[in-house]
Design a protein. Sequence first.
Length: 212
Amino acid sequence: MPALNHPPALWLGAAAASLAFLLGSATVVRKDAPAPAAAAAAPSVPQQWLKIAAHLDAKAVDAAVLLPALRADPDGAGARYGYRAQGAESAWTFVTELDGTILAADPDPVAPMLDVDIDADGRADLQVLRGPLLLGTSLRDALPFVSYGAFDNQIGFAEYAIALNDHAYAALAPQLRAAAPGQKLRLLGTFSHDPRHALPLLMPVRIERSGQ
C-alpha cells in the first residue's frame, strides 16, 4: 500500500476512531444463539480487489438518475438500484457514478468532505469522504459476496470494512488532497441511504479529472 503523507499519530487515531464507530453500530449477537459453524478464512482485500472493482463498475447507477429517485421513493429506489446487505432492518446501499463540480472542500484535518454539485444549480447534491478518517461501511455493504458469516466475529467484520476503505483511499489520497473548489471530477463510489443526513455521503473508489 502506498505511503500516505500524514502524521502517524493522526492515521492511528483515525483508524481507531473508524473501528470504534463501526463497532458502535454493529449488530449484537445473542449469547444464547447457536454456535456458528467454523468460519472460512476471512477474505483478503488485495486478493479480492479486481472482483470488487468489476462488481462496482457493473452495478454503478448514474447519480443524475439515482438521486432524484431516492428522494422521491427511498424504498422503491433501493429495490430497483440498491442492495440491502442484512435484510429489511439494514440500510439500502448504492453504487453510483457521476460527473460533478466541487463547490467546497472542508479543511477539517481528520474527516473532511467535498461538497459536489452534479446538476450545475450551484447547490451540493452529495458529499464525498476525503480521508484519512473514512466513516461508514457502504463499500463493504455494497458487496453481496462479502457476508458476516465469513468472519469469526463482529470485530473482524468491522476491520474488513476499514481495510476496504483504506485500500481505496491509498490509491486516491493524492487526488483527494489536491481537490479544490471549481474542479470538475468524475467519481465512482458507494453510499448507504440515511434519512438523518441531508446529503448522501460517498465513499470514493475511483476519481478522474473531467475538465477545468
